[in-house]
Design a protein around this ligand. Structure first.
Ligand SMILES: Cc1cc2nc3c(=O)[nH]c(=O)nc-3n(C[C@H](O)[C@H](O)[C@H](O)COP(=O)(O)OP(=O)(O)OC[C@H]3O[C@@H](n4cnc5c(N)ncnc54)[C@H](O)[C@@H]3O)c2cc1C
Length: 374
């Protein structure tokens, strides 16, 4: 090893979960270092939709005022069929209240917000974690560059393909999401939509969310092979969708294409290592809970670490606090994914009745002050 560095906590990964936990630990006066394999912070995914519980978690971090000035609020949702017919709509403002108004924001601006005010020295870029070894008193994390970091706890926030998870639970594998094998995220000019709008048809789902400044953030998923372009996959959809798909086919740099993978594992850590965010529980983005759960994880775990001196029980306590809420999001994701896979004619007949019910059943227990029933 070239050199060994000592900290209280070592965070593996500088994505949303890693930045959030690093911020919270630093604020709590806990010595923390964040090891990120990339040379610069990533901006994959372009933007992110933050439901009310993500906003509440950011408020808990003291970032409420700042987030309220970013991106665009999402006041209403519309669910339509592929001919543009309204299936149902949701007044999100009324549901979440003005304090927790959902927002769509650029991902890099959110990452900057989470890092704001933190010393650069906390972050070790180009630090790819390769090994983790623990004994009764310490954990040692080693990088590809032959650096060693010792601490009292390692926090794996290294995403869906977590190296930390593979080292601690070698048998834990990711699984393909039930919703569809692949999806596209993108930024495009606003084709003239009023609010968060999804169109559901036989060839897939197409979602557009206004981001402000004449832009929309979008997400599309389909079982149809996309090699002939998005305009081909969504050719039966309304003009707003077709215009956006045409734009994206002409500007492939505005698209991020990724497989949809999930992580469902029975344990999130041991005496010296805790997994958070996607590393612990990546879930298909049906209810846009990835960011929210990552921030809530960070708040919960930092509270536990700040509260007690025996960190060997931190992973167990963290699971006790977080497991039911995450299981609720996973169960509702499965329910919606099954509904999305029904033949379009049946699904669109059912959605006006079950859609609003599913929205309330998913989000009501996640509102501030609510507890997910076991
Ligand atoms: C198509 C799609 C759309 C989505 N839309 C939304 C949405 O609208 N709203 C929402 O809330 N969520 C959404 N999500 C989910 C959300 O993007 C994730 O839940 C969230 O990014 C998870 O954050 P994370 O920090 O746990 O993982 P990541 O963001 O993946 O960050 C992990 C970090 O760890 C680093 N890393 C990995 N391995 C190592 C290593 N060995 N050593 C050091 N560093 C390492 C990576 O470089 C990365 O920076 C979406 C997901 C998908 C796939």
């Amino acid at each position: 090893m070239k050199s060994t560095h000592h900290f209280d906590a070592i965070v593996v990964g500088g994505g949303l979960a890693g930045l959030a936990i690093s911020r919270q630990l630093h604020e709590a006066g806990i010595g923390v270092v964040t090891l990120e394999r990339r040379a610069a912070f990533a901006n994959e995914g372009f933007a992110i939709n933050l439901p009310g519980n993500a906003i509440a978690a950011l408020q808990e971090m003291g970032l409420g005022e700042r987030i309220a000035g970013m991106g665009r609020p999402t006041k209403r949702r519309e669910y339509r069929d592929h001919r543009g017919r309204m299936l149902f709509d949701i007044d999100e403002d009324a549901f979440w209240g003005q304090d927790c108004r959902p927002r769509c924001v650029k991902r890099n601006e959110l990452m900057d917000l989470l890092r704001d005010g933190l010393p650069d020295s906390m972050f070790r870029m180009s630090s790819q974690v390769e090994g983790i070894a623990a004994d009764a008193s310490a954990v040692t994390v080693t990088t590809a560059g032959q650096q060693a970091f010792t601490g009292r706890i390692a926090i794996g926030a290294d995403g869906v393909h977590s190296r930390t998870r593979a080292l601690v639970f070698p048998d834990a594998a990711t699984r393909a999401a039930m919703l569809s094998p692949s999806s596209w995220r993108f930024l495009a000019p606003d084709p003239g939509i009023d609010c968060w709008t999804v169109w559901a048809g036989p060839s897939g789902l197409f979602l557009l969310i206004p981001l402000g400044n004449g832009e929309v953030y979008g997400w599309a998923s389909s079982d149809v092979d996309g090699s002939h372009g998005l305009a081909h996959v969504f050719r039966q959809f309304p003009p707003e969708v077709r215009r956006t798909a045409d734009f994206l086919d002409a500007h492939p740099g505005n698209i991020h294409h990724s497989p949809l993978e999930e992580v469902r594992i029975p344990s999130w850590g041991n005496e010296r290592v805790v997994l958070i965010g996607d590393a612990a529980h990546a879930t298909a983005p049906v209810w846009a809970q990835g960011g929210a759960l990552a921030f809530e994880d960070a708040n919960a775990l930092s509270g536990i670490l700040a509260d007690g001196s025996d960190w060997s029980q931190a992973a167990a306590r963290f699971e006790t606090v977080r497991r039911q809420r995450v299981a609720h999001v996973q169960a509702m994701t499965d329910k919606m994914s099954r509904a999305a896979r029904l033949p379009a004619a049946i699904r669109n007949l059912l959605l006006p009745f079950v859609g609003p019910k599913n929205y309330r059943a998913t989000y009501a227990p996640l509102r501030p002050g609510q507890v997910v029933a076991g």
